[in-house]
Design a protein around this ligand. Structure first.
Ligand SMILES: Cc1cc2nc3c(=O)[nH]c(=O)nc-3n(C[C@H](O)[C@H](O)[C@H](O)COP(=O)(O)O)c2cc1C
Length: 240
């Protein structure tokens, strides 16, 4: 049982990395072998739109055909039993690195086909439970962002299971006095790091352990990928 966490923050020791690490601790306690991968260490691009993975000749490939420093990580993810993706929020979305990684991870297993039941087949046979961990300055009341919900929806469609954890109002600097950032109340931020962040870490440990349970259910055939029927109206607009 292998659980991989992808840290999409350029900072290797800060909020996102620590929460990814905590999720892996939870997974390890539940019996998994774990690996933390920092996207920052690799030079890579997002989907190049080469469409090799959608060509009839290479249709069966499930790993992005374009080769660069991300290739090994993509191979590891497809071979893994569970995947955790951590991202800070940058201007309302996951970071560019995380978006690029997800394009490369998902497009080769996705299809532009429609089956007899009106569903899009996924090339990956197995279910790989996934989770997103987001960290951000904003409080919960400001982060009602549909785009983040879409990440979870697409991961669920592709890999069969997905959940998200949101770590709000994180502490961004060790010393706020060194930065031009009077938008923030530094005492509040230090207090958040002291009081809320340990709770976030614990929640992520539980998330990691939960994913291992989901992976076991997937291996036992209990957790199955739900086939999502595309709405008739949507299908009509595509096929017109
Ligand atoms: C370029 C940039 C853009 C950011 N944009 C947002 C944002 O739109 N909303 C928000 O809540 N936080 C934003 N933040 C703050 C980070 O999401 C937050 O500090 C996060 O916890 C940092 O993760 P890290 O500690 O793992 O690097 C931004 C930070 C940076 C560097």
């Amino acid at each position: 049982m292998k659980v991989i966490a992808i840290n999409g923050s350029p900072r290797k020791r800060w909020n996102t990395a620590q929460l990814c690490q905590a999720a892996l601790e939870g997974a390890a306690q539940a019996g998994a072998e774990t690996e933390l991968i920092h996207l920052e260490t690799m030079k890579f691009k997002g989907c190049m739109s080469c469409y090799a993975c959608h060509s009839k000749k290479k249709y069966n490939t499930t790993v992005c055909y374009y080769q660069d420093e991300l290739t090994e990580t993509l191979q590891k993810c497809i071979a893994a039993d569970a995947i955790i993706i951590g991202s800070p929020i940058y201007y309302g979305f996951a970071t560019g690195d995380v978006r690029a990684f997800m394009e490369r991870l998902m497009f080769p297993i996705d299809t532009y086909e429609v089956d007899d039941e009106g569903c899009r087949p996924i090339k990956l046979d197995k279910v790989i439970p996934t989770a997103m961990i987001y960290t951000m300055n904003a409080g919960e009341e400001h982060m009602r962002n549909n785009a983040l919900g879409m990440n979870e929806g697409e991961l669920r469609r592709m890999f069969g299971y997905s959940e998200s954890y949101f770590a709000y109002d994180t502490c961004q600097f060790n010393d706020y006095d060194l930065y031009a950032a009077n938008l923030f109340n530094k005492e509040h931020k230090y207090a958040r790091r002291e009081k809320q962040f340990p709770i976030d870490l614990d929640q992520c440990r539980q998330l990691g352990a939960r994913l291992v349970e989901k992976a076991k259910e997937a291996q036992a055939g209990v957790l199955k990928r739900e086939k999502l029927r595309m709405p008739e109206e949507f299908l009509k607009t595509l096929k017109r």
